[in-house]
Ligand binder design. Structure first.
Ligand SMILES: NC(=O)C1=CN([C@@H]2O[C@H](COP(=O)(O)OP(=O)(O)OC[C@H]3O[C@@H](n4cnc5c(N)ncnc54)[C@H](O)[C@@H]3O)[C@@H](O)[C@H]2O)C=CC1
Length: 484
């Protein structure tokens, strides 16, 4: 497959290159080899993207929701038709196994385009009757130019999760993918325009933090939606605040997964696997603090180790591979350093713990037991396949410990006692909770975090509120009074 894109950027409906921008090599994580090179956006490229968006957006906003939605739904169908090629490209970009990318990346992006394409025609204002014959009506209007900034773990999905609601509401989008995974957003832009999106409404510019910062600080940008780490979120939020811009922040986490003594062990093990090792552990909502009731701890660890033995680690393109490499050498080194910290802090390594002796950035899925709340592996986001298993006995105690974190992205509970499940879910300080499941992200449900994990919500009807604004129009039918 051809992995080198036609050009680095997609602006005003066409591929655009400016080779004076610094080169960024795209590395296939399974081999460490360069598979493409893109150029960082120069100020001229950033200006071109903003100009194109400014020209196109007002016209787009005058279309009916039905007309806008039709284009998004057509793009969703095209993405599904091309799922194989898009998934192969996503695997080259991220190193995630094709077994995953073929069901969880482009398809999830298509879901967002279909959902927001469908909802576009339903966006309305309100009629608010007042005293006398007077009334107020509200108009739901677009924000204008939205900037999307992506992380590297779900490049296609993030490009669509931000683009679909923005476009449905009548905005233009300028998307900057992570510099680690720049390839797939270009395909999303290409498909949207092939589906009939007018030029200038979905632009992709490449670059690192400086390009993101240039977009965020431009006074012509109205909204910024970031998926990234908390430190980056702080910078982007502060820069957006300078211009009083709208923001959505989808940031990191260190989420708890609580497994009670009455849980179905096989299901709980599945939840722990999905919440720690999918995408080689590079998922923001992962439940990496696994609190297991002392009564079932050893049984849980035994089944977990046995099930981890079934992981097929290897060539991400091979259909049987279920666990791939880390996205980059840097991320691999971060993970290895935390494994060392876990050992040094006295946690008991019960599975994995080593880099694989092969090319690429592979590390084994790793599990530490007897982890205590104060250990670094229980406090800090690792963003890799390192599960920390902690013991508990009492419900109140485990909830207090689960919530004793500055993050609040997700949380999960496994129990057969549904009254307890709902009680615990209500007490979790997290934006996205799971009962007897983990890491599902259907487009129909709001997704996002509380506390340091973010502000705003993606997906569902909630996202509409974050990509539109309400105008109130007061209408007086009787005579107007004035003091003089
Ligand atoms: N809550 C969520 O929905 C998700 C959150 N994440 C979080 O993302 C992180 C991993 O992704 P990374 O790409 O390493 O995050 P990162 O924070 O290093 O980078 C995210 C994006 O921000 C850009 N950026 C960096 N500095 C910037 C600046 N000053 N101004 C504007 N843009 C800037 C980067 O170029 C990149 O595109 C993890 O912390 C993870 O938890 C990842 C996926 C989903």
């Amino acid at each position: 497959m051809k992995t080198q894109p036609t050009a680095s950027h997609f602006i005003d409906g066409a591929y655009v290159e400016d080779a004076t921008g610094a080169p960024i090599d795209v590395i296939y994580p399974a081999t460490g080899k360069v598979i493409a090179t893109v150029h960082e956006a120069t100020p001229a490229i950033v200006a071109q993207a903003i100009d194109a968006a400014r020209r196109a957006q007002p016209v787009w906003a005058t279309l009916s929701g039905t007309e806008r939605g039709r284009i998004l739904r057509r793009a969703a169908d095209m993405i599904r038709d091309r799922n194989h090629d898009l998934s192969v490209l996503e695997t080259y970009d991220t190193g995630k196994p094709y077994q995953e990318t073929s069901v969880a990346d482009a398809t999830s992006g298509a879901d967002a385009l279909e959902y927001f394409g469908g909802i576009a025609a339903t966006l309305t204002g309100e009629h608010i009757p007042l005293g006398g014959d007077n009334w107020v009506y509200t108009r739901r209007e677009p924000l204008g130019i939205c900037v999307g900034i992506g992380a590297w773990n779900y490049p296609t999905q993030i490009a669509c999760w931000k683009g679909a609601p923005a476009l449905a509401c009548g905005n233009a989008m300028i998307f900057k993918p992570s510099e680690t995974t720049p390839l797939c957003a270009l395909k999303v832009a290409e498909i949207l325009h092939e589906a009939g999106l007018p030029a200038g409404l979905y632009n992709v510019v490449q670059g690192k933090g400086a390009v993101g910062a240039a977009l965020v600080t431009d006074p012509r940008v109205d909204k910024v939606s970031l998926t990234g780490s908390v430190p980056t979120g702080r910078k982007v939020y502060a820069a957006a605040a300078e211009g009083i811009k709208h923001v959505t922040m989808e940031l990191g986490g260190k989420s708890p997964l609580v497994i009670f003594e009455d849980a179905d062990i096989e299901n709980a093990v599945s939840g722990a696997i999905m919440g720690n090792f999918y995408s080689s552990g590079q998922v923001c909502s992962n439940g990496t603090r696994v609190f297991v009731h002392r009564a079932i701890k050893e049984a849980f660890l035994e089944r977990l180790s046995a099930r981890l033995g079934n992981a097929v680690i290897g060539d991400p393109m091979a259909p049987e591979t279920s666990f791939g490499p880390m996205v980059s050498e840097q991320q691999l080194n971060i993970v290895l350093s935390y494994i060392e910290k876990g050992r040094a802090e006295g946690a008991r390594l019960v599975h994995g713990g080593a880099r694989l002796d092969r090319e690429g950035y592979y590390v084994q899925p790793s599990v530490f037991a007897d982890v205590t709340d104060d250990m670094a592996i229980a406090r800090e986001e690792i963003f890799g396949p390192v599960m920390a298993v902690l013991d508990f006995e009492d419900e109140d105690d485990v909830i207090a410990r689960a919530n004793a974190t500055e993050f609040g992205l997700a949380a999960g509970v496994f129990t057969r006692d549904l009254a307890r499940a709902h009680r615990v879910a209500a007490r979790f300080e997290a934006g996205t909770c799971y009962i007897n499941s983990y890491n599902d992200a259907p487009v129909e449900a709001p997704f996002g975090g509380s506390k340091l994990s973010g502000v705003g919500r993606e997906n569902s009807k909630e996202a509409i509120a974050h990509y539109s604004q309400v105008k109130s129009v007061f209408v007086r039918m009787d005579d107007m009074e004035a003091p003089f």
